[in-house]
Design a binder for this molecule. Structure first.
Ligand code: NAD
Ligand code: IPM
Ligand code: MN
Length: 359
């Protein structure tokens, strides 16, 4: 039987609860499709700070490098908010993405038909269907540029963060987005702030040049402020959105809400190898941690993305998505609850997906 070594980075807050459910679902998928999941846990974020004194122990990097793939919950929380920037849990997450060379973050904002009522947008704005793929650059830009504090001439304390992109960094993420668009509806929207930022002007010019390799893809550009507005005015105009690290972070949280809840939006962080890191786009939700009310579906759908992109088990991935669809016909965690549905806990939701998966 095929065996897959997968590292579980449960992280903080709701992380352990949601990863626990996604791991159950992966095991169930294995039973049905004839593969065996071998899980190994590793520390990342606040739990790693508490246990090992650093948000990203070397052992975690080593385990992820050896594994076939990695599933992450979320990191961070108020307990560690007072730490200096380079010792925070979030620094561990940036570190693992960088150490594994995961420069491409795919964030699919899809609306399950069952959840149309859970979306804050009116049905006529959502349109027939909603299926946007945000391709977010993940190892560059302002997240990784020079930053620091300094005292200005007038004595005022100041801080700075630098946005920098090189041509090769832009080219490789653009190629990911163009290839993605080629397989979808051949429409790509590149989002920047080229009316103000020099890094965005280089971004736009480079994307234009890469576009010549993909003549069948229709490219347009939007400024990020306009894009944020268009996403709620007419989301159906978008297919693939290509953007930088920080703009992609913000726009994908916005896009997630169209699909009903941030608890629904999965992601795949990929590099040049196959392994990848799979992570819901939301955080550790400290406000609901331990209450049993977290929605595990973003993590379960991230596990499905892992089966598709890293483990070459597309049928199992599709079966998980199908099971999620079926479950949503009746059952909801509080974040996606609408009248008439049956309210379930995080654990019950995981169990239901397993049940439907076995059918
Ligand atoms: P968050 O995404 O954790 O929470 C925002 C809101 O969405 C909260 O009200 C939360 O309860 C809700 N929410 C999030 N996920 C949910 C789910 N699965 N089910 C139901 N409701 C859900 O963002 P935040 O509050 O800004 O950040 C909290 C912590 O998480 C911070 O320390 C932040 O740095 C960290 N964070 C980590 C990641 C990550 O690990 N990838 C991502 C974002 C934020
Ligand atoms: C995300 C998160 C992270 C990011 C933080 C926690 C570093 O918001 O995965 O979307 O900004 O990339
Ligand atoms: Mn984010």
């Amino acid at each position: 039987m095929k065996e897959y070594q997968v590292v579980l980075l449960k992280g903080d807050g709701i992380g352990p609860e949601i990863v626990g459910q996604a791991a159950r679902v992966l095991e169930k998928a294995g039973e049905r499709f004839g593969f065996c999941m071998k899980f190994e846990e590793a520390l990342l974020g606040g739990c790693a700070i508490d246990a090992a004194g650093t948000p990203l122990p070397q052992e975690t990097i080593d385990k992820c490098m050896r594994a076939d793939s990695t599933l992450l919950g979320a990191v961070g929380g108020p307990k560690w908010d007072g730490l200096p920037g380079n010792q925070r849990p979030e620094k561990g997450l940036l570190g693992i993405r960088s150490a594994l060379g995961l420069f491409a973050n795919l964030r699919p904002a899809v609306i399950f038909p069952e959840l149309r009522e859970a979306s804050p947008l009116r049905p006529e704005i959502i349109g027939e269907k909603l299926d946007i793929m945000v391709v977010r650059e993940l190892t560059g830009g302002i997240y990784f540029g020079e930053r620091g504090r300094r005292t200005l001439e007038d004595g005022a304390e100041a801080a700075y963060d630098t946005e920098q992109y090189s041509v090769p960094e832009i080219e490789r993420i653009a190629r990911v987005a163009f290839s993605m668009a080629q397989k979808r509806s051949r429409k790509l929207c590149s989002v920047d702030k080229a009316n103000v930022l020099e890094s965005s002007r280089l971004w736009r010019a480079t994307v234009e040049r890469v576009a010549q390799e993909y003549p069948e893809v229709e490219l347009n550009h939007l400024y990020v402020d306009n894009c944020a507005m268009q996403l709620v005015r007419n989301p159906g105009q978008f297919d693939v959105i290509l953007t930088s690290n920080m703009f992609g972070d913000i726009l994908s949280d916005e896009a997630s809400m169209i699909s009903g809840s941030i608890g629904m939006l999965a992601s795949a962080s990929l590099g040049s190898g196959r392994a990848g890191l799979y992570e819901p786009i939301h955080g550790s939700a400290p406000d609901i941690a331990g209450t049993g009310s977290a929605n595990p579906l973003a993590t379960i759908l991230s596990a499905a993305m892992m089966l598709k992109y890293s483990l070459d088990e597309p049928e199992a991935a599709a079966a998980i998505e199908g099971a999620v669809s079926e479950v949503l016909k009746q059952y909801r965690t509080p974040d996606i609850y609408t009248e008439g549905a049956r309210r379930v806990t995080c654990e019950e939701m995981g169990g239901l997906v397993c049940e439907y998966l076995a059918k």
